[in-house]
Ligand binder design. Sequence first.
Ligand code: IPE
Ligand code: IPE
Ligand code: MG
Length: 262
Amino acid sequence: MPKLLKQSDRFKGPEKPIPPALKTQVDPVRMPKHVAVIMDGNGRWAKRRGLPRVVGHRAGANAVREVVEGARELGVRYLTLYAFSSENWKRPKQEIRALMALLRRYLREELEEMLHYGIGLKVIGNIDLLPPKVSQEIREIIAKTSHCGKMTVILALSYGGRTEIVEAARKLAERCLAGEVRPPDIDEKSFSQHLYLPECPDPDLLIRTSGEHRLSNFLLWQLSYSEIYFTPTLWPDFTKEEFCRAIVDYQKRDRRYGGVSV
Ligand code: IPE
Ligand code: IPE
Ligand code: MG
């Protein structure tokens, strides 16, 4: 592992700040409250360099740091990162093991910074399926940062959008059977109260890297009116500068929600 870490660091350039000329294009009043990211392309990034996929994941962890920092600097309140899908369990055991080790290491390394900047951690997905050491670490960090209210980073781990919806339906069905809810009273609002993080607003902006144009079972309910920014950049190459460009692009959009422009 240490050898692989060094290999990935070789490709990590010095961290660059958001160019001031770009930053001034951001309108702080129209900042998206919630940005969600499908961090894709680690494997291809490594393959292009003739390296094992795990090196791509390690380099991808650096991009996570960049984006959390960029979001914090710009004042994004919620940042959801798709780190491991319910479908990713199909991957080779060795890759899963490496991903879990990286995740644990990342969280440990970031805790101090999160506390310093008032960043709280939350999770969506079924973390009981993760190795116990990892889920335990996550629970600890959630608890330690629970008072942090400046920004919330939500990690989607062993997450599937359809499962989230099915679980909400099941909870509602149980409440109906218990006589707490009447079926005619179920509406979009009460349904969404049964999703994983009911207090979190829907994402305003979804970013997907690596040139794929699909949702891959991510936040199927919550993304219904999100703006989408697709980029061919592979996740390890994604920078806070590009994050800022995505926000500038988002701010040029006209969100009509089915209505007409005013
Ligand atoms: C995203 O990169 C990371 C995870 C899904 C965990 P990939 O590993 O999917 O990279 P590609 O898509 O194979 O390039
Ligand atoms: C989506 O990427 C999941 C994450 C980024 C964690 P995948 O690489 O798993 O998606 P597909 O398989 O290309 O749809
Ligand atoms: Mg992928």
